[in-house]
Write a protein that binds this ligand. Structure first.
Ligand SMILES: C[S@@+](CC[C@H](N)C(=O)[O-])C[C@H]1O[C@@H](n2cnc3c(N)ncnc32)[C@H](O)[C@@H]1O
Length: 205
């Protein structure tokens, strides 16, 4: 399984968030939405072996988990995806709820931040996408069977988040010499992993 965790430092969802002005009203949730598309959607299909976590640190915080194995109604345009996420995040979870609660098919929400994600990733190998790190092409186990990649938003990583990930054992990995947009970093890395782990058999879509 391949997992991508996108940390939205200011991202939030509320009734005040406007789908026609996502960048201006949601703490840049638009970045997280585009990351979801890059991680999960291919031409005419969904990557069934990919799970995406969107960490919304601009509120509660909460985490939205989208599981490619069971998610439905994932469309490639930003507005449709944002609408789906808005509906999922409108589902009330009780303060007592622990862990993820399914809000839509394959889409779950949890109260909490990185702790909730790290509990859910179990023994997965952890990597943090950083511009200045060792190139992914020089790291053999980025193609291990269960890997988790943490990605910053337009603001990158807060030092506290970076330390929490390092303490959890995450290793830094780069996808090239230039700092690119978050969704592009995911697309480039996915392509690299596809090339190195491709079995010659297309997934069933
Ligand atoms: C637009 S960049 C963050 C830029 C932010 N201004 C900063 O200085 O940290 C968004 C995220 O994409 C990922 N990223 C961008 N370029 C990368 C690269 N060359 N290698 C690895 N990750 C990259 C990182 O996770 C980064 O936090």
């Amino acid at each position: 399984m391949r997992r991508f965790v996108v940390i939205g430092q200011k991202a939030f969802m509320s009734n005040e968030v406007r789908l026609d002005d996502l960048p201006g009203t949601s703490g840049r949730l638009d970045v997280l939405v585009r990351c979801t598309r890059a991680a999960l959607l291919v031409s005419h299909g969904v990557r069934r072996d990919v799970v995406v976590y969107l960490v919304l640190l601009g509120e509660g915080p909460r985490v939205l988990r989208i599981d490619g194995a069971s998610a439905k109604f994932l469309r490639p345009d930003e507005r449709s995806l944002a609408t789906l996420f808005k509906k999922a995040l409108a589902v009330e979870t009780t303060a007592a709820a622990v862990g993820f609660v399914e809000a839509r098919p394959g889409i779950s929400i949890a109260r909490g931040g990185l702790d909730v994600v790290l509990a859910d990733t179990g023994s997965s190998r952890l990597f943090i996408l950083e511009e200045t790190a060792t190139d992914a092409r020089e790291i053999g186990d980025v193609v291990a069977p269960d890997v988790t990649f943490f990605v910053g938003d337009h603001l990158g990583f807060d030092p506290g988040v970076r330390k929490q990930l390092q303490d959890a054992g995450a290793r830094a990995v780069s996808i090239g010499p230039l700092s690119v947009h978050s969704e592009d970093a995911i697309a480039v890395l996915s392509n690299e992993l596809d090339r190195r782990s491709w079995s010659g058999q297309p997934d069933e879509r």
